[in-house]
Design a protein around this ligand. Structure first.
Ligand code: SAH
Length: 228
């Protein structure tokens, strides 16, 4: 068998296995929706939409030639914690009821707020991926043709994708009524926000210099700045 085919098999096998496991958990979670409540169904639908928005960008941007990356132990720990709290733990719990001992009760109106929040979340998540385009990456990195994006949803906010994830993280405990599968994402993303954003901004300043500084004057970190 040619060596190249061997290598592609090795790199794609974990991805295929992960996808099959995720799909199985998704089906089981949908089948158990009466145990989990309707909020969990909304969360599952948003999870599928979020994956559909991100996957094409992940596949295309793999071709980027990375010239600088911040991949220390803290960054890896933050990414793993987010992946677990935002995807793995909720899917396992909704599919199996594993963490039922940590369930809590919420009134219907709270679940409804979580459901309505999925609209701004998915819109901002979609638009920030579309506007960032080839410059998006899951880790902190700069590639050879990296461009500073200051248009679209980036015009007034420097971190619209993280703003979207904030909405999603705060809504998750309203949809999944469980301390581990629902609430844990809030401290996980707070840690990511407070630790990663200063590093990301330093990387952008190092790459784009005064253009980045001028952009910071026009655009707020999380909330839009008033037009002057
Ligand atoms: N923090 C941004 C982007 C998250 S994706 C947001 O919340 O919308 C993370 C990657 O985006 C980082 O590796 C960084 O290289 C890149 N990035 C962040 N802001 C950028 C910008 N304004 N223009 C181009 N790339 C940017």
């Amino acid at each position: 068998m040619p060596a190249q085919r061997d290598r592609s098999m090795v790199t794609s096998l974990p991805a295929i296995v992960t996808m099959l496991v995720a799909l199985t958990l998704l089906v089981l979670a949908v089948l158990r929706w009466r145990d989990n409540g309707w909020g969990a169904l909304v969360w599952l639908a948003a999870f599928i939409a979020m994956s559909a928005i991100r996957t094409p960008h992940s596949m295309r941007n793999r071709a980027n030639v990375v010239v600088e990356a911040r991949k220390d132990a803290t960054e890896i720990l933050l990414l793993v914690a987010m992946f677990a709290a935002m995807m793995v733990l909720p899917l396992i719990h909704l599919a199996t009821g594993l963490f039922a001992f940590a369930d809590y009760a919420l009134p219907e109106w709270a679940t409804a707020i979580g459901a309505i929040a999925q609209i701004p979340f998915l819109w901002l998540f979609w638009r920030s991926h579309a506007d960032l385009g080839r410059n998006w990456s899951p880790g902190l990195e700069v590639h050879d043709a990296h461009k500073l994006v200051t248009n679209g949803v980036y015009a007034r906010i420097r971190h619209p994708m993280y703003a979207a994830i904030w909405i999603s993280a705060l809504a998750q405990p309203l949809l999944i009524h469980n301390w581990i599968a629902g609430f844990l994402v809030v401290p996980a993303f707070a840690a990511m926000w407070f630790i990663r954003v200063p590093d990301e901004e330093a990387l952008m300043r190092q790459r784009f210099g005064t253009a980045w500084d001028a952009y910071c004057i026009r655009a707020g970190r999380l909330l839009p700045k008033r037009a002057s």
